[in-house]
Write a protein that binds this ligand. Structure first.
Ligand SMILES: [Zn+2]
Length: 158
């Protein structure tokens, strides 16, 4: 079988300093369109992990708050390790601009009311019972206190 190299697994997770935003790749499609893929790391790998209910609520709220802040926004999906999210967008973007957008989204999460969390009804979500807005707010505060860096190895807080 041909060896598949996956960039995310070549990153030395012991060397990074979370929270940060890192450009993973800019993929070009057959028609020349570019899709950017970012590593939005919210907590330190192998030191902390965000509970699943919190990841779930963050996912719903990132969909609400990041889309209007990043042109060509496609998706923001949780890592299985629960330390962060993949963020995909059409076109090229700087890590700094994405980090600023994530910071703004986290600030908004702190003041979000349950009624404003999108897609929390049974017909709208695959596991509507597993949400924690309280946890999302507490984690957002902790991440903001540490500061969002636009570099994974050096603290360059935006
Ligand atoms: Zn859901």
């Amino acid at each position: 079988m041909e060896k598949v190299e996956i960039e995310s697994f070549t990153l030395d997770h012991t060397k990074v300093k979370a929270p940060y935003v890192r450009l993973i790749s800019e993929e070009q499609g057959p028609n020349g369109d570019i899709v950017s893929n970012f590593d939005v790391r919210l907590c330190q790998p192998n030191r902390q992990e965000i509970p699943t209910g919190v990841m779930h609520t963050l996912e719903h709220l990132f969909a609400l708050y990041l889309r209007p802040r990043i042109s060509g926004y496609l998706d923001c999906s949780p890592f299985g390790c629960r330390t962060g999210f993949h963020l995909l967008a059409w076109g090229k973007h700087s890590s700094k601009d994405v980090a600023i957008a994530v910071k703004e989204a986290l600030k908004l999460i702190i003041t979000t009311e349950w009624e404003d969390v999108p897609g929390t009804e049974e017909k709208e979500c695959g596991n509507y019972k597993d949400h924690s807005l309280f946890g999302a707010k507490e984690w957002a505060k902790e991440i903001l206190e540490k500061g969002m860096s636009c570099d994974p190895f050096e603290r360059k807080i935006v």
